[in-house]
Ligand binder design. Structure first.
Ligand code: 2NL
Length: 344
C-alpha cells in the first residue's frame, strides 16, 4: 500500500509538472484528489490493515494528498504568472509610435475676417455692437434718411414680413439704435458686424444674404480726414502695409459727402492688370460724413456733433484677401474649401 501511495504521488506530481494549462491541472486535481480518485480508493481499503499499520498508512495518505495539493497550488500559481507575463508581453504599448493626428477645426473664413476687422477697430478704441436681423422700416430706412418712396430704396429691395417689418438690408439700423440710446451725448465709436439681406439674384459675386461690417464715429469735430486716417490704418492692417487707399466721390442717402474707397491693387501695385480691370485700384467699401438729418433724427444736434460712417461687405473683403473667386463657396460648406482656412 505504501508503494501504491508513493507511486500515485510521484505519478500525479509528474503530470502536474508537465501540465501547460490551468484546465489540465484542474482535471488532475479531480482525478487524483476527487471522491472517486485513487487516493480515496486506497484509504477505503485501510480496513484490511492491521491496527499498527493503519495510522502509518493514514498519515502517509494525508501526506500524499497534501503533497499533490501543494504541487497543484504552486503549478496554478506558476501558470497564472506565466499568463500575466504573456499578456503583458502581447499588450505592451509602444509609446514611441507616432500618435494619430487630432482633427482640428478652424474658424469659417467669414468669421475669421470679422474677428480680424473687429480686433483692429477695438485697437482703435471702437466697441462692437449688434442688433436684430428683423428690423422696422423706421430703423432700416427712415432713420437713415431714406423716406418712404425715396428712389434710393430701390437699391436695397428687401424681404418684407409686413409693411413695417423686414429683414435688414444693412447693419446701419444697429448704429441708429445706438445713437438713440446715447440721447444726443457722444462720443460714439462702434462697429456693427452682422448678417444682412437683399432681394438679389445669386451669382458668383452676389448673394441675397451676406455679412456686413459698418462703423460709426460721432463726436465733437469729427472730420473727413479722421475717416481717411482710420480707413487707411484698416486697409494697411488688413491687406498689407504696402497698400494705399484713395477716396472717390459717391452718393449715399445717409452720408454727405459720400465716398467710395479703393485699395491699391495687390497684384500689379497700381500699374493696371486684369485683376483690377487696368485701373490699379480695387473698391473695398463705402463711407462718408454722417448726414446732418441722420444725426438729428437719432437725437444728436448736427451743429454740435459730426461723425463719419462706413460700410463694407465681409464676403468681398474675404474674397479679395484670400483670392476666393465665387461668393457661393462661403455658403456651401465644402470641406475641401473650408479646410484651407484652418490656420487663418
Ligand atoms: C455701402 C457702404 C455705408 C454707412 C454705410 C451709415 C450708418 C449711419 C449713418 C451713416 Cl447710422 N452712414 N453707414 C455709410 C456709408 C456707407 O455702406 O456700400 N452701403 C450700401
Amino acid at each position: 500500500m505504501r508503494e501504491q501511495l508513493e507511486a500515485l504521488r510521484d505519478d500525479a506530481i509528474k503530470k502536474i509538472e508537465q501540465a501547460q494549462e490551468k484546465k489540465v491541472v484542474q482535471e488532475i486535481r479531480v482525478k487524483y484528489l476527487g471522491k472517486k480518485g485513487p487516493v480515496t480508493e486506497v484509504l477505503r481499503g485501510m480496513g484490511k490493515l492491521s491496527p499498527e499499520e493503519r495510522p502509518v498508512i493514514g498519515q502517509l495518505a494525508n501526506d500524499v494528498r497534501e503533497a499533490i495539493g501543494k504541487a497543484i497550488e504552486s503549478k496554478m500559481e506558476a501558470l497564472e504568472q506565466a499568463e500575466i507575463h504573456r499578456k503583458l508581453q502581447e499588450e505592451t504599448i509602444d509609446v514611441t509610435l507616432p500618435g494619430r493626428p487630432v482633427l482640428k477645426g478652424g474658424a469659417h473664413p467669414l468669421t475669421a475676417t470679422i474677428t480680424e476687422v473687429e480686433d483692429l477697430f477695438i485697437g482703435l478704441g471702437f466697441s462692437v455692437a449688434e442688433g436684430p436681423q428683423i428690423e422696422t422700416d423706421y430703423y432700416n430706412f427712415e432713420a437713415l434718411n431714406l423716406p418712404k418712396d425715396h428712389p434710393a430704396r430701390d437699391m436695397q429691395d428687401s424681404f418684407y414680413f409686413t409693411d413695417e417689418l423686414l429683414l435688414r438690408t444693412q447693419t446701419s439700423p444697429v448704429q441708429a439704435r445706438t445713437m438713440e440710446k446715447y440721447k444726443g451725448k457722444g462720443p460714439i465709436k462702434i462697429i456693427c458686424p452682422g448678417k444682412v439681406f437683399r432681394r438679389d439674384d445669386d451669382d458668383a459675386t452676389h448673394s441675397h444674404q451676406f455679412m456686413q461690417i459698418e462703423g460709426l464715429y460721432v463726436d465733437h469735430g469729427v472730420r473727413m480726414s479722421d475717416l481717411k486716417g482710420v480707413l487707411q490704418a484698416f486697409a494697411k492692417s488688413f491687406f498689407g502695409e504696402e497698400r494705399s487707399i484713395r477716396l472717390r466721390p459717391s452718393f449715399f442717402p445717409f452720408t454727405e459727402p459720400s465716398v467710395e474707397v479703393d485699395v491699391s491693387c495687390g497684384i500689379c501695385h497700381g500699374d493696371g492688370c486684369r485683376f483690377c480691370k487696368q485701373t490699379g485700384w480695387i473698391e473695398i467699401l463705402g463711407a462718408g460724413m454722417v448726414h446732418p438729418r441722420v444725426l438729428e433724427m437719432s437725437g444728436f444736434n448736427p451743429n454740435e456733433y459730426s461723425g463719419f460712417a462706413f460700410g463694407m461687405g465681409v464676403e468681398r473683403l474675404s474674397m479679395l484677401k484670400y483670392g476666393i473667386d465665387d461668393i457661393r463657396h462661403f455658403y456651401t460648406n465644402d470641406r475641401r474649401f473650408l479646410a484651407q482656412f484652418k490656420r487663418v
